[in-house]
Design a protein around this ligand. Structure first.
Ligand SMILES: [Zn+2]
Ligand SMILES: [Zn+2]
Length: 297
């Protein structure tokens, strides 16, 4: 498998023979963080688009889903959009973009939402709740698009031809991580998970083992982490060590802290690469707008 950071021709955007494409639409954790200091890596919260083997998948629906929806509307025009939205959990930074995802406002489109029941609420209730008055003006049931919400029960399932595995992460509430197997390699999405020094979470380790691409919660520095033990987010230096041990081929630091500006994240990447240097792994920070193309060898 090879990685290419490039834009493929538009004609290759769809269909089973198109290359596998990942695009980062939101990479920030906790709350959108626009401003001059976050222009490079971006201020929108979690949202990633995956087009693989004929399937169109959206990983979480943070505020980045707004721009994604607008882009899809421009691309598809009158043609129907059919996609699967795969949610890791329902913390606000992972669902707040959904009410602004324009494809759900058009009857021609079909959005299938997959996720797990929360600690205290059903998935449907939580998604409905954030759109109720007084929080929002359009109720979920009033959306014209065909929306199907399905609660996942097991930890292995399929999205079309894609095999998906999940595992519960260390994060408040009921939160999972996903591993998607594509024809061009495996992609692991671990946006909210507390990777801590001296403690290996076996479920997450098994999930990410040998992954071609790992997108993982790297929110805190070691100094910040000791102040925030139990908050459910990872210490990035430990994430790098874990990814090296797991034989991951490419790691994206993800769920950037709202307090970290571009220069701060660049320093984190430099340190991460020092740690990763002896290993055969590429390390970078996820950047809003970046597209990753995976090519099967
Ligand atoms: Zn989050
Ligand atoms: Zn969370």
């Amino acid at each position: 498998m090879q990685f290419e950071n490039q834009t493929p021709p538009a004609a290759e955007s769809h269909g089973s023979r198109a290359p596998v494409r990942l695009k980062f639409w939101g990479v920030r954790g906790s709350i959108p963080t626009p401003g001059a200091g976050t222009v490079k890596f971006g201020g929108n919260t979690t949202c990633i688009e995956l087009r693989a083997d004929g399937e169109h998948v959206v990983l979480d629906a943070g505020s980045g889903a707004r721009e994604l929806g607008l882009s899809l509307a421009r691309e598809f025009r009158d043609k129907p959009i059919a996609l699967t939205m795969l949610l890791t959990h329902t913390h606000w930074d992972h669902i707040q973009g959904f009410p602004f995802f324009v494809p759900v406002y058009q009857p021609k489109n079909h959005v299938r939402i997959l996720g797990y029941e929360g600690a205290h609420h059903r998935l449907h209730e939580t998604l409905e709740g954030q759109m109720e008055s007084p929080y929002f003006s359009v109720a979920l049931k009033e959306l014209p698009g065909a929306i199907h919400i399905e609660e996942l029960k097991g930890f292995t399932f399929k999205i079309g031809t894609l095999n998906v595995r999940s595992t519960v992460t260390k994060h408040p509430g009921h939160t999972v991580a996903y591993r998607v197997e594509t024809s061009a390699g495996s992609i692991c999405f671990v946006p909210d998970h507390e990777t801590s020094p001296g403690e290996k979470h076996q479920g997450v380790f098994d999930l990410i083992r040998g992954a071609d691409v790992l997108i993982m919660d790297s929110q805190y520095t070691p100094e910040e982490y000791v102040q925030k033990v139990g908050w459910g987010h990872g210490c990035y230096e430990e994430v790098v060590r874990l990814a090296c041990e797991a034989g991951v081929k490419r790691l994206y630091l993800f769920h950037h802290d709202p307090m970290h500006d571009d220069a701060f994240i660049e320093n984190m990447v430099a340190r991460a690469r020092e740690i990763a240097h002896p290993h055969d792994i590429e390390v970078d920070a996820a950047r809003e707008g970046e597209q990753v193309v995976l090519v099967a060898k």
